[in-house]
Design a protein around this ligand. Sequence first.
Ligand SMILES: N[C@@H](CCC(=O)N[C@@H](CS)C(=O)NCC(=O)O)C(=O)O
Length: 222
Amino acid sequence: MITVHHLNNSRSQRILWLLEELELPYEIKHYQRNAQTMLAPPELKAVHPLGKSPVITDGALTLAETGAIIEYLSDTYGQGRLRPAPGTPEALRCTYWLHYAEGSAMPPLLLKLIFDRMDQEKVPFFVKPILRMITSKAKGGFIEPQIKLHLDYIEAELAETGWFAGPEMSIADIQMSFPLEAAAARGGLDASRPALFRFLQTIHARPAYRRALEKGGQYDFA
Ligand SMILES: N[C@@H](CCC(=O)N[C@@H](CS)C(=O)NCC(=O)O)C(=O)O
């Protein structure tokens, strides 16, 4: 039996969505973030040394890293569903976006989250202006332009078919959903980028996506 070690409000939501799309049997073990630090609870380290989510167990296998889990589930149980035919340009695009999501799209979004949190830190009043100077320099000089660069690029890539790897939905779309959800919540993604906005609306309407949210809990990027 596949077990998803699922942290609330996390990347792990994508694994639930994939399993729902493939209609595979699985169970969820729930973990709650620490409300202050937002870190995963220590129990998750008993499953995988990094203690991050998602992690799955399947028989003797323990596997972390969303992209690897998605590929494993697709290779092992997918029977070619949600996957462009091997050896095609679409298959290579699919691989590209599977890596791009965590390797390129997430880092500036994560930096935005960290620097926004620093702005909200309770610090002595005389430190506040200095902290603000540092965070606004980092955000304005690097983080926000980087997020814009990526969103403009993704918007252009998505405009042709509405999906990331060819004319149909694939595992690349599932993997890319998390950076786009995060960008919509905190990275300035809105209806001014119509292809990305439509993508989010389309996936939100999918029954499997909704079932995954019912089982895993809503995203809360606040
Ligand atoms: N690149 C990894 C990132 C894993 C990761 O950072 N997960 C976050 C959840 S979105 C987490 O577990 N955070 C809690 C913590 O670091 O304690 C993946 O895609 O699986």
